[in-house]
Design a protein around this ligand. Structure first.
Ligand SMILES: C[S@@+](CC[C@H](N)C(=O)[O-])C[C@H]1O[C@@H](n2cnc3c(N)ncnc32)[C@H](O)[C@@H]1O
Length: 271
C-alpha cells in the first residue's frame, strides 16, 4: 500500500480548494513558535491523514505530535505514513463525543493546531470543543484554528470575492484528483474501501455535514468564554463567508489566542 501517495494526493486536492494552504500551515507554525518557543508537545485536531502532523515533525524534530480525528480511512493513511515515528500518536476520537479528550493529557500540549476542520461541527459542539481545548493546552500555550470566519458588514465584497473564487477553483486540472474523485478512488481501494464506507456512515456520505461558519466575533467570544486570555484574527486572506469547496481558497483565516495565565518570558521559560 503506497500510503504516501494517498497523503500526497490528499494534499493536492486540498490545495485545489486552498491554494495557499502551505503558506497558511507555515504561518501557524511560526505563530506557535513565536508564542511558546520550540514546542515539545502539540495536538493536531481533526488532522485527517496527517498533513499538519508530518510538517510539524519536519519543522520541529523533537516535538511529539498527537493527531486526533474520527475518520478511520484518513487515520489509516496517517498511520501508514507516520506509524513508525515514535513521536507521533494517532488517536481516533469523535469531537462530537462529550468525552473525546479522555485519552489526552489535560494541560499537556504547548499548542493545538487545527485547519479547515472545525466548521464541520455544529454550534454547541464547537463551543464545547473550544472549552475542551482550553483545558488541553497548557497555560501560556496557544490554539490556532484556520477556518472560515467571515468578517461582518462587507457582504457585497464577500459576494464578489466568492463569485471570483467559484470561477477560479471550479475544477481540477487534467489528471488530478479533486475532493470528490479522491474519495471515489479511496472508496474503490481494496484496503481503504471498507474504512471509507465506515466514514461515510459517520458523516452521512462523502460530503460532510452542513457548515457552521459564524463570524469571527462569535469565535472570539466563545474562546474568551472558554478560558483563553486573548482571541482574535492574526492572519486573513480574502473575506469569504462560506466554506463551500469552491470558495475556501478565499476564506483563509487564522485565529490565535493565548490561554489564561502569564506567558513565559522570552529568556527563561520559552522552549
Ligand atoms: C477537510 S479535512 C482537513 C484535515 C486536515 N486538517 C487537513 O488540513 O488536511 C476535515 C477533517 O475534520 C475531521 N472531522 C470532522 N468532524 C470531526 C469530528 N466530529 N471529530 C473528529 N474529526 C472530525 C474529518 O474527519 C477530516 O479529517
Amino acid at each position: 500500500m503506497n500510503w504516501s501517495w494517498w497523503l500526497e494526493t490528499w494534499d493536492r486536492q486540498q490545495e485545489l480548494l486552498l491554494p495557499d494552504r502551505e503558506e497558511r500551515f507555515s504561518f501557524m507554525f511560526d505563530l506557535v513558535e513565536a508564542v511558546v518557543g520550540r514546542p515539545r508537545a502539540l495536538l493536531d485536531v481533526a488532522g485527517g491523514p496527517g498533513s499538519i502532523t508530518l510538517r510539524l515533525r519536519q519543522r520541529f524534530p523533537d516535538v511529539r505530535v498527537t493527531l486526533i480525528d474520527v475518520d478511520p480511512s484518513l487515520l489509516a493513511i496517517a498511520t501508514g505514513v507516520m506509524g513508525s515515528d515514535s513521536n507521533v500518536r494517532v488517536v481516533r476520537a469523535d469531537l462530537a463525543d462529550l468525552n473525546w479528550a479522555a485519552a489526552l493529557s489535560a494541560g499537556g500540549y504547548d499548542a493545538a493546531i487545527t485547519a479547515n476542520s472545525l466548521h464541520w461541527l455544529e454550534e454547541a459542539g464547537l463551543r464545547r470543543v473550544y472549552g475542551d481545548l482550553a483545558k488541553l493546552v497548557r497555560p501560556g500555550g496557544v490554539l490556532c484554528n484556520a477556518d472560515p470566519m467571515p468578517p461582518e458588514g462587507i457582504d457585497r465584497l464577500i459576494a464578489a470575492l466568492e463569485e471570483q473564487g467559484e470561477h477560479r477553483h471550479a475544477s481540477a486540472p487534467e489528471g488530478e484528483l479533486d475532493w470528490g474523485s479522491w474519495w471515489k478512488a479511496a472508496a474503490g481501494d481494496p484496503v481503504l474501501g471498507s474504512l471509507v464506507a465506515e466514514r461515510n456512515r459517520r458523516f452521512g456520505g462523502e460530503i460532510h455535514p452542513p457548515d457552521f461558519t459564524p463570524p469571527l466575533r462569535w469565535h472570539e467570544e466563545a474562546l474568551l468564554a472558554a478560558g483563553f486570555r486573548e482571541a482574535g484574527c492574526v492572519w486573513r486572506r480574502g473575506a469569504a463567508a462560506a466554506s463551500t469547496p469552491e470558495t475556501q481558497g478565499l476564506s483563509l483565516l487564522a485565529l490565535s489566542e493565548k490561554k489564561r495565565g502569564s506567558l513565559p518570558s522570552r529568556s527563561g521559560g520559552r522552549r
